[in-house]
Design a protein around this ligand. Structure first.
Ligand SMILES: Nc1ncnc2c1ncn2[C@@H]1O[C@H](COP(=O)(O)OP(=O)(O)OP(=O)(O)O)[C@@H](O)[C@H]1O
Length: 531
């Protein structure tokens, strides 16, 4: 028997081998090992030798109901002996199998518990001719030795199963980690830098819904990357080959929003000299990004709701509606739910756009991301301005301490100014402190007033940073968006006046061509040409 235990681990093979030896060498026939079913708890025949068909399936014992000898042994852990099964009422299962015994022979049934740490975990049972010379005690001892061996096999088997389960779980979590890594790489490819848990959660949610048509509502303060996320979602959707059309509701005067969004027909109002498609039509097949949806007037909210529900658009002055198919992504820095309560935003539209809300964390809550984003953008700025600026250790530490009320956009702006202003090539803490001091009304620990910083005066600032900083010198968070529009408008005007000649437009704007190209790409003016 012990040789069987040396064989490669296959509990079925080993236990059956033991039962076979008990039968062939000792006349302990129809051996079976009964174990509790993991789900039902009912004790069932798991391994057997010399039993077929019904004899196996019949061998089920409800331990709770104290069924049969096997059930009792399982419940009490005490060996069961039925010297003659034919006249024992406890023996509920009449054993039909009498192979190897004389047809008129009386049968005895012995069941011993398989123990683990003093508790029965199963039952080993067998039958023999009742009239044999050998004592029942001898056979009981033999069966106990066999049950100890079987117990050992079962323990090893469950240990291996447990280990395999753990390995599978580890493997799965490794796979999940890989997926997380892939997700981060993916977002980096879309210009979203950062690995903080807060940002990762948002990236994960965006990834999960990207390839669906579910409307997404991006919620977050100004400059947290809502537009970047919207573009990433579009790029990861099956609509990626189709247009991504964005409109910032806070940037378009209310009276023009309807025409901008839904388009108009020639002659529908004075000045409508030609028909024009709205953003909604332009987004057909692709994605429509409505930034600052909270700034959309209530009358237009009703029209937008109709467009979303019916997938049809009514341009101003049109006699017939047109069908449109777009995926809607909205963004807001305003608490829309509160606006609904105040009657400033329609509840039905809120439900329509708030299907997948994704919260974008403020920069100060993104552990470790300030450094990563700063280094990433400094690299881009060096490229754009043809510089080799580096951040000193202290400057980086200062950036990491700052509260960034204007979030990533403000960080990028500060770096842009620093890159332009640094004379030595090293952006030190003094320069950062100086820029932050001018930056906003928010108090920066240790910030100095503009005129106090050695070597830099307020007029220096306006001169050196004219291209970059002059439009950004007022305070308040929303100014970043305003600045962006102003800048975009100036560039568009210059390009229009020079018929798209970038060299001439750069000259007009007092920029190098390289700087202009950088700004055009930063402000997405290439892609927005359609709008
Ligand atoms: N995770 C990020 N990594 C790198 N750059 C980022 C990240 N998030 C935002 N930015 C940069 O910050 C600036 C603002 O981003 P974006 O326009 O997407 O923000 P926003 O939330 O839409 O702002 P607003 O509400 O003011 O329109 C952009 O220059 C963008 O490239």
């Amino acid at each position: 028997m012990s040789k069987l235990l040396e064989k490669p681990l296959d509990p079925g093979h080993t236990i059956q081998g033991i039962l076979r030896l008990l039968s062939q060498l000792c006349g302990l026939n129809c051996g079976r090992v009964s174990l509790p079913n993991e789900v039902t708890g009912v004790v069932e025949v798991k391994y057997h030798y010399g039993l077929w068909g019904e004899d196996v399936t019949r061998g089920r014992y409800d331990v709770g109901a104290n069924e049969g000898v096997t059930g009792r042994v399982m419940r009490t852990g005490v060996t069961g002996l039925v010297p003659d099964v034919s006249d024992d009422p406890v023996f509920v299962q009449r054993i039909a199998e009498k192979a190897g015994v004389a047809s008129d022979a009386r049968l005895a049934f012995i069941a011993v518990p398989i123990m683990e740490s003093g508790t029965p975990i199963g039952v080993l049972s067998a039958q023999r001719e009742a009239s044999q010379d050998r004592s029942f005690n001898f056979d009981i001892s033999l069966l106990r030795v066999a049950s100890a061996m079987i117990g050992q096999v079962l323990r090893i088997d469950s240990f291996v199963a447990e280990q395999t389960h753990n390995l599978r779980q580890e493997n799965q979590s490794l796979k999940n980690t890989l997926t997380a890594g892939e997700m981060v790489n993916n977002s980096v490819a879309h210009g979203i830098i950062g690995t903080s848990p807060a940002l990762f959660e948002a990236v994960k949610q965006a990834n999960q819904v990207a390839d669906t048509d579910a409307p997404v509502l991006l919620k977050g303060e100004s400059g947290t990357g809502k537009e970047k996320f919207a573009r990433m979602i579009h790029q990861q959707s099956s609509r990626r080959e189709q247009p991504f059309i964005s409109i910032n509701c806070s940037a378009v005067p209310m009276e023009l929003q309807e025409a901008e969004l839904f388009g108009y027909r020639k002659g529908s109002f004075s000045g409508a000299t030609a028909s024009k498609a709205g953003k909604v039509q332009l987004a057909d097949g692709g994605t429509l990004f409505l930034d600052e949806i909270g700034d959309m007037p209530l009358t237009l909210q009703a029209k937008l709701l109709r467009t979303i529900q019916e997938k049809r658009v009514d341009p101003i002055g049109a006699t017939e509606s047109e069908s449109v198919d777009f995926r809607l992504i909205c963004a807001t820095h305003a608490p829309l739910a509160e606006m609904v309560n105040q009657g400033a935003f329609r509840l039905d539209l809120f439900y329509r756009i708030n299907v997948v809300p994704i919260e974008l964390p403020v920069l100060r809550n993104r552990d470790g991301d300030i450094r990563r984003i700063a280094l990433h953008h400094l690299n881009e700025l060096n490229h754009a301005y043809d510089r080799n600026a580096v951040l000193s250790h202290d400057a980086l530490a200062l950036l990491e301490e700052y509260a960034w009320p204007g979030n990533v956009r403000q960080l990028v702006n500060v770096l842009e100014r620093a890159t332009v202003m640094t004379a030595s090539g090293t952006i030190d803490a003094g320069l950062i402190r100086y820029i932050l001091g001018n930056e906003s009304a928010v108090q920066v620990p240790g910030a100095v007033a503009a005129d106090e910083k050695d070597g830099w005066s307020a007029s220096d600032l306006s001169q050196i940073g004219e291209q970059v900083a002059a439009t950004r010198a007022d305070s308040g968070i929303r100014r970043y968006e305003w600045v962006r529009q102003e800048e975009a408008r100036a560039i568009r005007d210059a390009l229009a006046q020079t018929s798209g000649n970038r060299t001439k437009a750069a000259e007009m704007l007092n920029l190098t061509v390289r700087q202009l190209r950088y700004r055009i790409s930063k402000l997405d003016l290439d892609k927005r040409a359609a709008g």
